[in-house]
Design a protein around this ligand. Sequence first.
Ligand code: GAP
Length: 435
Amino acid sequence: MEEIAALAKRRGFIFQSSEIYGGLNGFWDYGPLGAVLKRNVKDAWWRDTVELRDDVVGFDSSIIMHPSIWKASGHVDAFHDVMIDCRVCKHRFRLDHVADRSQCPDCGSKDSLTEPRNFNLMMRTSIGPMEDTSSTAYLRPETAQGIFVNFKNIYQTARKRPPFGVAQIGKSFRNEITPGNFTFRQREFEQAELEYFVPDDGNDMNAFQEWVDRRKAWYASYGIKPERLRFYELAQGERPHYAKAGIDVEYLFPWGWGELESIAHRGTYDLDAHMKLSGKDLRFFDEAAKQHYTPLLIESSAGMDRTVLTFLVDAYERERSVDPNGKETERGVLRFSPRIAPVQVAVFSLARNKPELVERAAGIEAALRASFRTQYDEGNIGQLYRRQDEIGTPFCVTVDYESLDDGSVTVRERDSMRQQRVAGAGLEAFLRERL
Ligand code: GAP
């Protein structure tokens, strides 16, 4: 994990937030390549969940919403971790992380730990100029509630009837007590949530299974190693009392299995809770049956930062090989799926001081830019390959002296490191077929 975090920093994927001020625990910034990688992952989720279906619409709600929403959802009363503090070193621990309550796990002081206390995980802020209790608001700890409270607005304007879904990608905030494992547990993170509403007609578990299968296929289509991904079925005692079924999607990180996504059958719990507190009717009106009913809800909630981390960890390899001169070399490589790789094609000029080569290579890169995510570079070819391997670029195209004679270029493939000569006129088709 340390190697991957070092690569992520060195190559511009992920930086510690506020680094020059010593950093801020639980917050991260995405660098030039990380921003593209994250966007690609989000687009891939959105494409599969929204654009490729006619029964899912998009949504984008505000981060700060009426505080009553969090009362109705149960977050004000029940979204907390149980904590204990050390009176000596002032460190705070989650109760379930402390094996022996007679001794501080950090400083070792005897009998210094306080009684357990509830610590609410919602981030607080205040609205307007007065900081009193009437102005208290929360940064959302999940995006889903924005969809539930808008359920009626959405189905009426989108002219949808259950079964149909609403999808949203956006920032969520949780005042996690123990952020860590790189970007795995953060205090500000991004979620991609799908809320799929179905009629109570006996087909709800089929809808649940369809989403489980679809999400499985999504991870597989981006090449996530199947032996490192599991769909863990929650037993009755492990899921909330109102949930009829629940599956945690987990990835085997270097420190063990970690949750990427939760898929849950939440019944009518969320809409019921908001109807009760707001007094507003959020039921669906079935025109044909002339009847109101509250649809059941299937939710898939994936963390985008955790998904990006999964793509990074899953793609990363250190590889030893022997170069054409018989010398043993080692390289770090990110074997990203070409569809999410931040750079898909890098184009190089063999020398930076030969204007004809530079011009030709830059021209090829500019032409390919319309079709692929490209990058131009020049200099020592060995170093350029090394860099592109480390950022996960599937193809490198090199313009050399032969290119000036016959227009051909060398194309080198990331995974096999195989190089082949390709005619300039056929280059785009060659790459398109493989990307
Ligand atoms: N609306 C349901 C919900 O929020 P959750 O299991 O609490 O369910 C869903 O969160 C996903 O959000 C998790 O599987 C995880 O990927 C991501 N997530 C939750 N807390 C996170 C954190 N502190 N840092 C990064 N991602 C987090």
